[in-house]
Ligand binder design. Structure first.
Ligand code: SIN
Ligand code: CO
Length: 373
């Protein structure tokens, strides 16, 4: 269906013509959008120890970065400098932020990273740079000038505490007003400068490097391979230099390592657990008071369930991945849990089989899901 969010295009056409290919400016993507939180709300989030935040300061061409939590920081003293406060994972704290992300569900959740929100007074920005992920830059309160460039010169200012392009050559620029949005594919150079008190909402998508995937897959394999046998050398040869590693030892080692094998089931399990693994600063809290399993089942039937805002849930075949764990379930349970993962909520009155109910109760105890009250 054609949508104003994509400038009157269908998601299918957007994916075909723009996604990972070229920028798209959308005027009035979310008409009337003024943002989801105030500057002070954002500062409040930046003070929490379960959030990730940065403060970027610029004075006379010198860049500085501070990392949160900013519990003792006085933001009113910053008024003489140009600054930007950026908070990641705002969707972990605001249900409205999760609803905003859901508008972008024409991109699979496996690619979604988070909603980052920035605040900058007039003149503030993080400098010209490029990101290695796709991003939709949605303007909340205020106006921001965006300059973009398809340049291939990615050289950076040496010794700066953040990545700033040394030779940024803008090719196009627009002032975005509340509700306007700019989509940028990975690697596209951009620079945003606040025209007045301004808040920008970045809907960001993750794309792990092949190096990261390979490294993490090796970590996964560590716990999943089983290779039998032990190094043996009953026919060991006399060596004139005892410090030398022999060719026979190299050969035998090569044969043993050649036994490391994996299959599609390993790839599936790895990618599901890797993509749903909570970020290091994320922790879950058990609900209090705890309901018994019987009361839990009654309440779920009556009111339904939410996925906790910090939870990441994906599925593949009959396996459900939740916060770094894999659960293989029967077909009926799988059908229900898949729906839960797609909609991030389970409506009241849903018929749940015993296996699904046992898992849901376990996830409730872990704090991965929430009761609708
Ligand atoms: C910002 O919101 O200030 C920066 C967003 C970006 O450039 O990716
Ligand atoms: Co950027």
């Amino acid at each position: 269906m054609k949508t104003p969010l994509l400038g009157g295009r269908t998601p299918r056409n957007f994916l075909r013509d723009y996604w990972q290919k070229k920028p798209l400016l959308v005027r009035g993507a979310l008409p009337g959008f003024q943002g989801l939180l105030t500057r002070n709300d954002l500062i409040g989030l930046a003070c929490r120890d379960d959030s990730q935040s940065r403060l970027v300061l610029q004075q006379k061409g010198e860049w500085q970065v501070e990392h949160g939590p900013f519990i003792a920081r006085n933001f009113s003293h910053l008024s003489k400098k140009t600054w930007t406060l950026l908070v990641q994972d705002v969707n972990h704290f605001l249900p409205t932020a999760r609803d905003l992300l859901c508008r972008f569900n024409f991109i699979p959740y496996a690619r979604l990273d988070d909603l980052m929100v920035s605040y900058a007074p007039k003149g503030g920005g993080v400098g010209p740079h490029f990101d290695s992920y796709d991003v939709f830059l949605l303007q909340g309160m205020g106006r921001r000038l965006w300059q973009i460039s398809s340049q291939h010169d990615n050289s950076l200012i040496a010794d700066a505490p953040l990545k700033i392009l040394r030779n940024f050559r803008p090719e196009q620029e627009w002032v975005l007003e509340s509700g306007d949005m700019l989509y940028l594919p990975p690697g596209y150079a951009h620079n945003g400068i606040a025209e007045d008190d301004c808040m920008t909402y970045s809907i960001g998508f993750r794309a792990p490097s092949y190096q990261e995937l390979a490294t993490q897959f090796l970590v996964y394999l560590q716990d999943h391979i089983k290779i039998t046998g032990i190094y043996r050398d009953p026919d060991i040869a006399l060596q004139p230099h005892p410090a030398q590693i022999s060719s026979a030892m190299l050969r035998q080692t090569g044969v043993a390592l050649g036994k490391i094998k994996w299959n599609n089931a390993d790839i599936e399990r790895f990618i599901g657990t890797y993509l749903t693994e909570p970020k290091p600063h994320v922790f879950f809290t058990q609900p209090s008071p705890l309901l018994t399993q019987k009361k839990f089942a009654l309440q779920v039937k009556k009111n339904g369930l939410w996925l906790d805002l910090k939870s990441r849930m994906l599925c593949r075949g009959k396996t459900i991945f939740l916060n770094g764990d894999a659960y293989t379930v029967n077909t009926i349970a799988c059908h229900t849990l898949e729906k839960f993962a797609d909609h991030q909520e389970l409506p009241a009155g849903e018929i749940l089989d015993a296996e699904a109910m046992i898992l849901l109760y376990q996830w409730y105890l872990y704090g991965y899901i929430r009761m609708v009250s």
